[in-house]
Design a protein around this ligand. Structure first.
Ligand SMILES: Cc1ncc(C[n+]2csc(CCOP(=O)(O)OP(=O)(O)O)c2C)c(N)n1
Ligand SMILES: [Mg+2]
Length: 896
């Protein structure tokens, strides 16, 4: 025990202590606890200033943060809302049970929505505004596996019919009308706005959506408004580092446009979240520490009279002492158990419930199931200024499922209620379905003219329309023609630059475009200098919601660190998931804010897809539009940083995302062509795709753009150098490459000509992944249309009339260039070199030799391929090995 605690343990003057506590009691009785709070804050402040180290208590009592007398009253008709909630609960349950009585084991969840129905209903009925002429609309992140509850509401509203409800999780058979298992904008583009079911990604993204809305407001791109981002998450979900990892940003930026609702049903999939502790208390401390307003909604109204009678605090003490595992057991085992094991712990608390029956005790409700308490919390949250709010609502997992699941450990996966359980559910929620119909678990709709439906529609009309709803398109921009990029499409002469530099110039050109310029969002995660973007600090400023309150250290420099409330660069600090989430917010702002933005997030390529891969997948799902730029890419090009930095596979990961177009350009004009194509597709055509471009830090001279290459660059392969008409008997090879290694390929062609009289056509392949997509598409078409006009893959078309074997080399693992093997014209041999294995630090030259992708290895591979075709001999191969000093006994770099 430390010294301070020893001192605090002793009461040096009990009389004085009593006088103070009596004085406090008097204040509480006369003026209420708020006045006492105020006085204490003053005393705490004075003590701190005098040097006192006051103990820090991040948590408050285990009761509702808002006392009953300060609760805002819920408008509307509570009985009607209860009835509507019963209907929604029933239909949500029915859709899952029906799906699981069909063949196919379709799955689904009942217990999670059962616990959160009230939390959603109060939002839908009273708070969440749809986008309309009068309001930009709130953005709601639904807990993914609560989707049946959201569909059930739409069913009552008439947006989804019964036959469509039966297409839950049948998206193939549904032919466009299927209801997605979870929120997926890709699958339901007019409905779901944000995918949430990969736990942790919703909360993280919600923070950056709120952050980005403020950015848009501060930059004057959207008017200021009271719109909110609401994010629902599970208590188990808070264990994901992504859920809590960015909450301090929300506190720091005072994002009062952000509200988290944590559904604390005390359980996750396997069992309790904090069986031996209290998740609500733990989260309260964490969020308060991060500058959030934490509102606990622990107890429902039935507890109010008991708490009012708790004058000596025994009930509160008991509430605090009881752990979540025990709270869960109380709801599982019922009133008698609760009387004995909970209230029975102290004579005073047992006495409190003497007049209550076991049923009454069991009915003592939790805060998250009490619409009045939930309303008061939401009301307080939307009126909170200068800080984000987290609502910690205590609920019961599987609420209403009775013996089939209520508060039971396995309830999360319960999806096949038997007839008995279904009847119990019907009775509990008073659904008018007769006994002879009940076993089919039919949907129940009271009719479109019923008072329930009228009430629901009126509520939604007052809040601007239906939710969820998603905007598919916004305004289109005119894309600048390639000519506008002339600065980077023309060659550099002898001047050596990197593709990173061309890319940054490309952004600068776009920034100067009057229409598009303000919509460009450069994003970095503390690496602007790495990529030569520090010029933008001064030029367009770094976004800082409260401006710059200090004189920057480098204020006297041309490119000083300028923070500005209207700054355009998003500097997200060392957080790739954060920067990626900011990018996603910008990349979906066409949909969420009706303002198209074009984000460019540039980062070390190794800290991209493999680090934030799940977000990148969600970005595809969300129909994000923007550029991801993997800087200093390539396993041998970023040479000094070693194993953890040197990326040899991001292109494979990017290529796995269906709507991500990935490019590995070598030359400045290739960068320009891809950029221009991206701007056109995303801002003009409003195509739902995004781009990944790798750029390098190796300096070299760039040639002029060959005439007419644009379309083929986009397809992923164009003829960079034609070796011309073959001389008689002269062996010929086809050399392919991308990124910096294309330059080794070009050098290899010279070696081949000089040493062996072998001529080579050289193909630049900025995208093996685009070539793969095109190739398989053609192959599939031909397989399915045997009598139609055959399609020819671009790779096949390029190489069909070209003589000699094909050799490809890139700075990526072999699988990258190997993706086009299937499209080699018949009988063509294809050799692929790549950088398989762990990277390491050294000079580029040494690394390329080590990974066997330098000019000598490319040339030697060409000779070997010609020998295999009988055009040259084994002797020639041996001579090549000798001439180019290839170490034949060197171990395979994959294994060392
Ligand atoms: C990243 C990730 N890991 C695992 C899962 C599988 N999963 C879905 S729901 C769930 C339990 C959720 O518990 P909680 O967050 O408490 O939500 P509740 O259903 O209790 O409201 C799990 C493990 C997932 N969807 N995403
Ligand atoms: Mg839970």
């Amino acid at each position: 025990m430390n010294i301070l605690n020893d001192i605090l343990d002793q009461d040096l003057d009990p009389t004085e202590t009593r006088e103070w506590t009596e004085a406090l009691d008097a204040v509480i009785n006369a003026d209420g606890p708020e006045r006492a709070h105020f006085l204490l804050e003053r005393l705490v402040d004075a003590t701190r200033r005098a040097g006192g180290h006051l103990p820090f208590a991040p948590t408050t009592e285990y009761i509702n943060t808002i006392p009953p007398h300060l609760e805002a009253k819920m408008p509307g008709d509570p009985t009607m809302e209860w009835r509507i909630r019963c209907l929604i609960r029933w239909n949500a349950m029915a859709m899952v049970v029906r799906a699981n009585r069909k063949p196919g084991e379709l799955g689904g969840h009942i217990a999670s929505f059962a616990s959160s129905a009230t939390l959603y209903d109060v939002g839908f009925n009273h708070f969440w505004r749809a986008p309309s002429e009068n309001h930009p609309g709130d953005l709601v992140f639904h807990q993914g596996h609560s989707s049946p509850g959201v569909y059930a509401r739409s069913f009552l509203e008439g947006r989804i019919g019964a036959e469509q409800m039966d297409l839950f999780r049948m998206e193939v058979a549904g032919k466009g009308r299927g209801l997605a298992s979870y929120p997926h904008p890709w699958l339901m583009p007019d409905y779901w706005q944000v995918p949430t079911v990969s736990m942790g990604l919703g909360p993280l993204q919600a923070i950056y959506q709120a952050h980005f809305m403020r950015y848009l407001e501060n930059r004057g791109l959207i008017p200021q408004s009271d719109r909110k981002v609401w994010c629902f998450l599970g208590d188990g979900e808070t264990d994901e580092p992504e859920s809590l990892g960015a909450i301090s940003l929300a506190g720091r930026e005072k994002l009062d446009n952000l509200i988290f609702v944590v559904n604390c049903n005390l359980q996750r999939l396997d069992g309790p979240v904090r069986g031996n502790g209290k998740i609500i208390q733990e989260l309260e401390g964490v969020f308060r520490g991060a500058g959030w307003n934490a509102i606990k909604v622990v107890w429902g109204s039935y507890w109010d009279p008991l708490l009012a009678r708790d004058t000596n605090g025994t009930l509160r003490k008991l509430m605090m002492e009881t752990v979540d595992g025990e709270y869960q057991a109380c709801k599982a085992f019922g009133g008698a158990y609760t009387r004995e094991h909970f209230f029975g712990k102290y004579p005073e608390t047992l006495e409190m419930v003497r007049n209550l029956s076991d049923d009454d005790i069991w009915r003592l409700n939790r805060g998250g199931h009490d619409p009045h308490k939930v309303y008061a919390a939401y009301h307080s949250a939307v009126h909170t200024k200068n800080m984000p709010t987290v609502i910690l609502a205590k609920t019961v997992k599987g609420y209403g499922m009775g013996a089939a699941g209520e508060s039971l450990n396995p309830t999360h996966q319960q999806k096949k209620l038997d007839n008995e359980a279904v009847r119990h559910f019907r009775d509990r929620f008073r659904i008018e379905i007769a006994d002879d119909k009940i076993d089919d678990v039919p949907y129940f709709h009271p009719g479109k003219d019923s008072p329930e439906v009228k009430y629901m529609l009126e509520r939604r009309a007052a809040l601007g329309g239906f939710l969820p709803q998603r905007r598919r398109k916004s305004a289109a921009f005119e894309a600048p023609a390639l000519a506008a990029f002339e600065q980077i499409t023309k060659g550099t002469g002898d001047r050596e630059i990197s593709t990173t530099m061309s890319f940054v110039r490309g952004i600068n050109l776009l920034l100067r475009d009057k229409a598009i310029g303000p919509h460009i969002v450069p994003i970095v995660a503390d690496e602007a200098r790495t990529f030569g973007m520090e010029g933008m600090f001064r030029q367009i400023g770094i976004y800082a919601p409260f401006g710059q309150k200090y004189r920057p250290q480098d204020a006297d420099q041309l490119m000083y660190y300028r923070e500005d409330q209207k700054g355009q660069v998003l500097q997200e600090g060392i957080s790739e998931p954060g920067a990626m989430s900011a990018w996603m917010a910008a990349a979906t702002s066409y949909s969420n804010s009706n303002v198209p933005m074009l984000p460019f997030y540039i980062y070390y390529s190794m800290f991209g897809f493999q680090r934030i891969g799940d977000l990148a997948w969600a970005a595809g799902d969300m129909r994000a539009r923007g550029f991801l730029v993997g800087g200093t890419a390539g396993r041998t090009t970023l040479n000094g940083e070693g194993l953890q930095h040197e990326d040899g596979h991001s292109h494979l990961l990017a290529g796995a995302i269906p709507n991500c177009r990935a490019y590995d350009p070598t030359f400045s004009f290739e960068v320009a062509i891809v950029m221009q194509d991206g701007v056109r597709r995303m801002l003009h055509e409003q195509e739902d795709c995004y781009y990944y471009i790798t750029v390098m830090n190796e300096n070299y001279a760039h040639p002029d753009m060959p005439k007419g290459c644009e379309a083929d660059v986009i397809k992923g392969m164009y003829l960079f150098k034609d070796a011309g008409k073959a001389k008689k008997n002269e062996p010929r090879v086809q050399l392919l490459g991308s990124g910096t290694i294309l330059r080794e390929v070009i050098a290899a062609a010279e070696l081949l000509e000089k040493e062996f009289g072998v001529s080579a056509d050289i193909w630049s392949c900025p995208s093996f992944s685009e070539l793969r997509k095109d190739g398989f598409d053609a192959e599939r078409w031909n397989r399915l249309h045997p009598e139609g006009q055959a399609r020819v893959a671009h790779v096949t078309a390029c190489l069909a009339d070209r003589a000699g074997p094909v050799i490809a080399a890139t700075d990526y693992v072999r699988e990258y260039a190997d993706q086009i093997r299937a499209f080699m014209p018949d009988g063509k041999k294809y050799t692929v070199l790549g950088t398989d294995g762990f990277g390491r630090s050294d000079t580029r030259e040494n690394l390329r030799r080590f990974f066997e992708v330098d000019r000598y290895y490319v040339a030697q591979a060409a000779i070997a391929a010609l020998a295999a075709e009988g055009k040259m001999s084994a002797k020639d191969v041996a001579r090549a090995i000798k001439t180019w000093k290839i170490e034949v006994e060197k171990p395979n770099p994959l294994n060392v």
